[in-house]
Design a protein around this ligand. Structure first.
Ligand code: PMP
Length: 415
């Protein structure tokens, strides 16, 4: 790895300097400086991660885990660095508990298919919540259909907070898996996952946490949470697309059958019988997204240098500022008003369709997401077609929020 690529600021909370490391934020779109508030969908990469990926392609690329030659070993080390760094980053006990996947969706499908096929039977119950992303609904529906298991849903209130009494009522000896989102991508709610995990464990039920919107925004410690499975994506935390992590407890992963078959995941293959490689490789069939993994290792170093606690504090400050400013706009309603929230603000403008809000904001170069945000059941429960959503990252600024406020006022004038 080239030391010269490291350009991070000495002061780890000099937010201006940190922001300046994201080349895309210097762009103009539609004649205005870009205000990027779609971080919930995908975040941007700092220059050093982009450089690291380019450098890998220019100087280090070979296939991993299979070559005796120097380049292959170098590529393997660069790729495996992300596993080492990630173990520390989320405080997993063992490196082999970090499974490389292509993202949160892939991680959840892995658990649903591998754990579910082995353990779910007719009439067993899978408990999810009313605020799940489709990625934490559909894989469970698919395995339920295959095994005869039944999906149960923990309801929420109008603020977007889970009804924990209902959760406790639903939890029973029939429950075979609890799968809940740590931070809602639509409502911003930070769920009390530690309490949920503790209660599920009292029934000996494993818990999968969808951490796609949590790991990028706060310090997550999988051992402190005692999560059995924890899923997230690199591209939502300033890393590359096509790469993600499934954390799983070693004992559970060891007992689970492979999810996909192919190269790398085997120990010995004959036409009669095949035996499996050890974890993590048992779950990593075929050539992985190597350059993404290499880039992700750099991302973790970058986030560590800033500090996840600093990132969380910065985003809470921006969330507070944005919530206050947006709340002052006549005719604007915030959807998702939980007491404990991450930096996501979904909103509605009276008499204006969210798609129109997004389209007009784009004319001012303000990128927000509109629609159901892959959470159609949330929209159904609020009785709305969709929302506009501003999702804020630590590299955003108060100026970005002011531009959003002006943009929303412009939308209202426009209609
Ligand atoms: N869960 C949540 C809470 C998400 O926000 C997302 C992405 N919007 C996903 C799962 C799916 O992530 P990916 O598309 O990276 O697999």
């Amino acid at each position: 790895m080239q030391e010269t690529l490291k350009t991070v600021t000495k002061t780890n909370t000099d937010w201006e300097a940190i922001r300046s490391q994201f080349p895309i934020l210097k762009h103009e779109v539609n004649g205005h400086k870009l205000v990027y508030l779609d971080n919930g969908a995908s975040s941007q990469m700092p220059q050093r991660v982009i450089d690291r990926i380019n450098d890998y392609h220019s100087n280090e690329h070979a296939n991993v885990h299979r070559g005796i030659h120097t380049l292959s070993q170098k590529a393997t080390d660069a790729f495996e660095l992300a596993r080492k760094r990630m173990r520390k980053f989320i405080n997993a006990q063992y490196e082999e508990e970090i499974i490389y996947t292509t993202g949160t969706t892939d991680s959840i499908n892995l658990v649903a298919q591998s754990y579910g096929r082995k353990h779910f039977n007719e009439g067993d119950e899978i408990l999810i919540s009313a605020m799940e992303h489709h990625a934490n609904i559909v894989p469970w529906q698919m395995i339920a259909e295959q095994t005869g298991a039944v999906l149960k849903v923990i309801p929420m209130d109008n603020n977007g907070e889970l009804l924990l009494n209902e959760f406790h009522r639903l939890l029973s000896s029939k429950t075979k898996m609890v799968a809940v989102v740590h931070v809602s991508n639509t409502l911003g709610t930070i769920n009390p996952v530690q309490e949920i995990i503790e209660s599920a464990h009292a029934y000996d039920v494993p818990v999968l946490i969808d951490g796609a919107q949590a790991v990028p925004h706060m310090k997550v410690d999988v051992q402190a949470l005692d999560a059995d499975f924890y899923a997230f994506s690199a591209h939502k935390m300033c890393g590359p697309t096509g790469f993600g992590i499934l954390y799983g407890k070693r004992k559970l992963l060891n007992e689970m059958p492979p999810y996909r078959g192919g190269g790398d995941m085997i120990d010995k293959v004959t036409f009669e019988k095949t035996t499996w490689n050890d974890i993590p490789h048992k779950f990593e069939a075929g050539t992985p997204p190597i350059s993404a993994g290499v880039g992700f290792a750099e991302t973790i170093a970058f986030l560590n240098e800033i500090g996840m606690d600093n990132i969380a504090a910065r985003e809470q400050e921006l969330l507070k500022y944005a919530t206050e400013k947006l709340s002052m706009i006549d005719g604007l309603q915030i959807v998702g008003t939980a007491k404990s929230k991450a930096s996501v603000i979904s909103f509605l403008l009276k008499d204006i369709h969210p798609t129109d809000v997004g389209t007009i904001l784009d004319q001012k170069s303000i990128a927000v997401r509109t629609g159901h945000h892959c959470t159609q059941p949330i929209m159904d429960s609020f009785g709305i077609p969709g929302t506009a959503r501003a999702s804020i990252s630590f590299y955003n600024s108060k100026d970005d929020i002011d531009r959003l406020v002006d943009g929303i006022k412009y939308v209202q004038e426009f209609f």
